[in-house]
Design a protein around this ligand. Structure first.
Ligand code: FES
Ligand code: FES
Length: 155
């Protein structure tokens, strides 16, 4: 079955005709050519595909595209400020060594964005809990937690 879905993507009204078995990640990467969200496991385990749907972080690899009809989706590209200026979370990851190979980074940043939307001054424990669904094979997480702490201060 195919259906036209309409939603807000990074602040723009968009629509796409998608098949019922398509997941949001495929639609974002293939139809809208947004390659920020990554496919790691494809099974909801690693968080590389994390985006915001109505402000909450979801694993877009297992989120049916049909479900975003009428909702708001934000990817890591959508955090950029006017003039392609980095969002404070993005800037903080760059400045505090939160990025190594970068594969997990878009997902980590979106989980951090969901946390900071709800909690402007999270504790270290709350940060660790917020990114517990995001795996990183490079950094050992210390710099990522530090990046999110500093981002909260910047915001
Ligand atoms: S690619 Fe979606 S959770 Fe791993
Ligand atoms: S920076 Fe390489 S997986 Fe996290």
């Amino acid at each position: 079955m195919r259906k036209v879905i309409s939603f807000t993507l990074n602040g723009y009204n968009v629509s796409a005709e998608v098949e019922s078995h398509k997941m949001l990640l495929e639609v974002l990467r293939e139809h809208f050519e947004l390659t920020g969200p990554k496919e790691g496991c494809g099974q909801g385990e690693c968080g590389a595909c994390t985006v915001l749907v109505d402000g909450y972080n979801v694993n877009s690899c297992i989120y049916p595209a049909f479900e975003v009809d009428g909702k708001s989706v934000v990817t890591v590209e959508g955090l950029l400020r006017e003039g392609n200026k980095l969002h404070p979370i993005q800037q903080s990851f760059v400045e505090n060594g939160g990025v190594q190979c970068g594969f997990c980074t878009p997902g980590m940043i979106m989980s951090a964005a969901a946390l900071l939307n709800e909690n402007k001054d999270p504790s270290e424990e709350e940060i660790k809990r917020a990114i517990s669904g995001n795996l990183c094979r490079c950094t050992g997480y210390v710099q990522i937690v530090e990046s999110i702490k500093k981002a909260a201060e910047m915001i």
